[in-house]
Design a protein around this ligand. Structure first.
Ligand SMILES: [Zn+2]
Ligand SMILES: [Zn+2]
Length: 390
């Protein structure tokens, strides 16, 4: 049946099939292990490419080996299966929320923990919660172009949560590879956000005006700020973001719940124990909560320390909150290790787990900068691999 086929044709076909298989494997590997983030056009191209590939492989197989073969129909019937298989990474990706802790620190000016910033990716879009010191650097460490992050949601206006905004906003507008924003940056936050952004626009007027003649005059340097309160603040393409009030002393402060494809993540922002947070966070896949701690001798001695602690939570209270919320995974971020007295050393993160375990036995991790958390049917955590840094 195959006697009229030359060895050369057979060899060529085998090589083509092998190449196709390798290519499919390569795409599957990248689709699953790398972050596919792109526009609808990019995603469409990706899907089309995989679709073509899925058609190409069986076509070659059929023409090369089963011509005039009665089992041809069986092979053709297997086509939809191959296409579904090739599309799998995109489908899997589409149902996933990925959280990256860009900064897990506080006002403490250290390099290991930059200021607060949490990146949430879903449906091919990025959402940034808080923009503390170093958010731009951390994004670029992940090779995420700043312009790809188009929306910022602020929990409150304490400087450690907003001090990275001018950097992120203006650096993201530059025409370099890391920037190239061409549309206004959207910023949502509690009352005072719009006023702060208007003042920042004024403060950086010299930079904006100075660069504009040399650079294409576009709207990438503009901001679209909006003051928000409790309620649904984003509801598009299956992504729903709900802001809720938390309790951070004198500051008006919000927490956020992010829902997508039946999964969710809740970000506390800065707060002491908040019943409202427990209500909104109940049953979430991932709860990212702030925490603060100081050595007992410092608490006893220092009024300032007691004051700071009064608008945050201790690990014991964290345990209580996690028990009440019962998340798939509890994560500490914005880890405040208080030291106001040079004679008393600050506590360490080693103190966090045992003190939380007093009230909570479920899954718990201490956040680290660039840790990523994938929320699908299961929740998985990956620390930043140092070899990702070039
Ligand atoms: Zn803070
Ligand atoms: Zn604060």
């Amino acid at each position: 049946m195959k006697k009229d086929k030359s060895p050369f044709t057979a060899l060529l076909s085998v090589a083509a099939i092998a190449g196709d298989i390798l290519f499919v494997l390569w795409i599957l590997y990248n689709g699953i292990n790398e972050d596919f983030q792109g526009t609808t056009v990019e995603k469409f191209s990706y899907v089309t490419l995989m679709g073509l590939l899925a058609v190409n492989a069986p076509y070659l197989f059929i023409t090369a080996t089963v011509r005039n073969n009665p089992t041809l129909m069986r092979k053709i019937l297997s086509l939809p299966l191959l296409i579904a298989f090739a599309l799998m990474p995109t489908l899997v990706q589409a149902q996933t929320i990925k959280v990256t802790l860009l900064g897990t620190g506080t006002p403490l000016p250290e390099v290991d923990r930059f200021g607060p910033g949490t990146l949430v990716e879903a449906g091919g879009e990025y959402f940034l919660f808080d923009c503390g010191r170093g958010v731009s650097q951390r994004l670029w460490q992940k090779k995420i172009q700043l312009a790809k992050v188009k929306k910022i949601f602020l929990t409150h206006l304490h400087s450690d949560h907003v001090v990275g905004i001018p950097d992120f906003w203006l650096t993201g507008w530059l025409p370099m590879q890391y920037g190239q924003r061409k549309e206004p940056l959207q910023i949502y936050g509690p009352s005072g956000t719009a006023k702060m952004m208007e003042s920042l626009e004024e403060a950086y007027q010299a930079d904006i005006e100075g660069r504009r003649p040399g650079i294409r005059a576009d709207s990438g340097a503009m901001v679209l700020p909006k003051d928000i309160g409790e309620g649904i603040v984003w509801d598009e393409k299956g992504i729903k973001i709900t802001a809720f009030l938390v309790d951070h002393g004198r500051m008006t402060a919000l927490g956020y719940r992010f829902d997508y494809a039946g999964h969710s993540v809740v970000i506390s922002g800065d707060t002491k124990y908040s019943e409202n947070l427990v209500k909104y966070a109940k049953g979430t896949d991932v709860l990212i909560h702030e925490v603060a701690l100081a050595r007992p001798e410092l608490v006893e001695k220092s009024e300032t320390t007691r004051k700071i602690l009064s608008s945050h939570i201790s690990p014991e209270v964290g345990g209580t909150i996690f028990s009440q919320v019962n998340p798939g995974l509890a994560v500490y971020s914005h880890i405040l290790l208080i030291s106001t007295d040079p004679g008393i050393s600050p506590p360490t993160t080693d103190d966090l787990i045992p003190r939380t375990r007093v009230n909570y036995e479920g899954p718990l991790v201490i956040g680290e900068d660039l840790m990523s958390i994938e929320i699908a049917d299961t929740v998985s955590v990956q620390n930043f691999l140092k070899d990702e840094v070039n």
